[in-house]
Design a binder for this molecule. Structure first.
Ligand SMILES: Nc1ncnc2c1ncn2[C@@H]1O[C@H](COP(=O)(O)OP(=O)(O)OP(=O)(O)O)[C@@H](O)[C@H]1O
Ligand SMILES: [Mg+2]
Length: 196
């Protein structure tokens, strides 16, 4: 769909918030969703927890610091949303309280739990963090010695041991077409496909 068509059918912004264990697939799916939206002329800002930590390296991993990180990124997401920018955010965001805080700030908050089981995330160990945590080099590692509090009422749950990247992306795109989110930007007879 062209940008003009998107505007004509009433684009509304939203915050797509990916939460889940490290290595679960948040960034991989979120980046694919961003590519799709951009191809369709939607103005998207991608907020990745790791990239933001790189800019603010003093952000630690205590409960208070993780909470503050999520709240700050969530506040930024809500301001961008307010100004019509579509936001895709990928953060472990392990605690229910701070996710709830962000949800309250946003108008259209779409919570996506990437629920890939711990054992599979550890098997992938994309960044080598699980091995380091097992060796005791990292304390308070989510899922190991720090809790991951699953969202009680997520808008979407994606277990990447059960769905491919293409299917996960399609499900996210279908979710944001859902009338409950009041988003109408992909209201089109074309099938939603990440190949388009
Ligand atoms: N169906 C799938 N969907 C998404 N990722 C998948 C899938 N199957 C395998 N993977 C792989 O799983 C890994 C997920 O890593 P990714 O960096 O996206 O995780 P993350 O949740 O962003 O972790 P972190 O919180 O550490 O940033 C990638 O190597 C990806 O290729
Ligand atoms: Mg990531």
């Amino acid at each position: 769909m062209s940008r003009e068509a998107a505007l004509k059918c009433g684009t509304e912004s939203a915050v797509l918030w990916f939460t889940g264990l490290s290595g679960s697939g948040k960034s991989t799916i979120a980046e694919e969703v961003c590519r799709h939206l951009r191809r369709h002329g939607v103005r998207v800002e991608y907020l990745d927890g790791d990239a933001i930590r790189d800019v603010f390296p003093a952000t630690g991993f205590t409960r208070a610091e993780r909470d503050a990180h999520v709240r700050r990124v969530g506040f930024l997401a809500s301001r961008l949303e307010e100004h019509g920018v579509f936001v895709v955010a990928a953060l472990v965001s392990p605690y229910a309280d701070s996710r709830q805080f962000v949800k309250r700030l946003c108008k259209n908050f779409v919570e996506i739990h990437v629920s890939t089981p711990f054992a599979e995330c550890e098997r992938r160990d994309v960044k080598g963090l699980y091995a380091r945590a097992r060796r005791g080099e990292i304390k308070g590692f989510t899922g190991l010695d720090d809790p991951y509090e699953p969202p009680p009422y997520p808008d979407l749950v994606l277990d990447t041991t059960a769905v491919s990247l293409a299917e996960a992306t399609s499900r996210v795109l279908r979710q944001i077409e859902h009338p409950r989110t009041a988003l109408r930007f992909v209201q089109t007879s074309e099938p939603v496909s990440i190949q388009s």
